[in-house]
Design a protein around this ligand. Sequence first.
Ligand code: B1M
Length: 218
Amino acid sequence: MADYPLMNQLLFEGKHKEVEQMTRDALEEGLPVREVLEDGLIAGMRVVGEDFRFNRIFVPEVLLAARAMKAGMEVLRPLLTVREDGADAQSFDIIVMGTVKGDLHDIGKNLVGMMAEGAGFQIVDLGTNTSAEEFIEAVKEHKACILGMSALLTTTMVYMKTVVDAVRAANVDVKICVGGAPLSHEFAEKIGADGYAADAASAVRLFKRLVGTEETAS
Ligand code: B1M
C-alpha cells in the first residue's frame, strides 16, 4: 500500500527523486493512476499552497516542490496520455493550450493537457506567458477547435478577456475554455469564454462536450 502522507511530505520538501520513485512504486503496486495523482501528488501540492499563502514557506521552497510534483507527473504521463480507445493519432481534434501572459504557473495546464491527450485530443502546448497574438497564430496554424487558457494569479486572469476579445475580433472560429484556481463559471461567462472547468477531469468533459464527442450518461 502506498504511503501517501509520506509522499505528500516528500513533495512538500522538494525531494524529487524520492517522489519520482514513490510514484513508480505506487504504479507497480497496481494502484489507480488517478488515485496516485490526486492523493500522492495534488494533495501534497495543496499543503504547499496553504503554507505559501500564510508565508510559512517562500518561492524557493515552492519551486522545489513544483519540481518534485513534475517528477511524479512525468512518471504518470504515459498512463494519462495513452488513448482510452487505442485509436490512431491522426484524427485527433486539436487543442491549443497555454498559460496566459505574465503567468508562469504550468503544472495544472500540463495536467489538463495530459488528460485531454488521453481522451483523444491532440495538444499544442504554447507553454507559459502566452500572448493573445501567440494564441491566435497557433489556433490558425494548427486549425485548432479549442483554445485552452490557464491562469493561477488574480493579476493575470484578467488577461483572458484580452485574449477572448482579440480572438473574436480576428473572427477566428474556435471554442475558448478557461481554467485555473482563481477562476469561476461566473468569471468565464463574464469574459465571454465558451466554458470553464475547475479541474482536469472536468476540463476533458468540457472539451468533449464542445466538440460533440461527450459520452451519453448511463
Ligand atoms: Co505561485 N501562487 N506564485 N508559484 N503558486 C499561487 C497560485 C498562489 C495561490 C499561492 C498562495 O498565495 N497561496 C498565489 C496567487 C495569489 C493570487 O493571485 N491570488 C501565488 C503567487 C502569489 C505567486 C507569485 C506572485 C509569488 C511571488 O513571486 N511573490 C509568483 C508569480 C510568478 C508568475 O507566474 N509570474 C509565483 C510563483 C510560483 C512558482 C514559480 C514558485 C510555482 C510555479 C511552478 C510551476 O507551475 N512550474 C508556484 C506554485 C507551485 C504555486 C502553488 C503553490 C501551486 C500551483 C499548482 O501547481 N497547483 C499555488 C497555490 C495554489 O494554487 N493553491 C500558487 C497544482 C495544480 C495541479 O493545480 O494549477 O490549480 P492548478 O490546476 C488545476 C485547476 O486549477 C485546473 O485543473 C488543474 C488540475 O486539476 N486548471 C484548468 C488549471 N488550468 C486549467 C485550464 C483549463 C481547465 C482547468 O482549461 C483550459
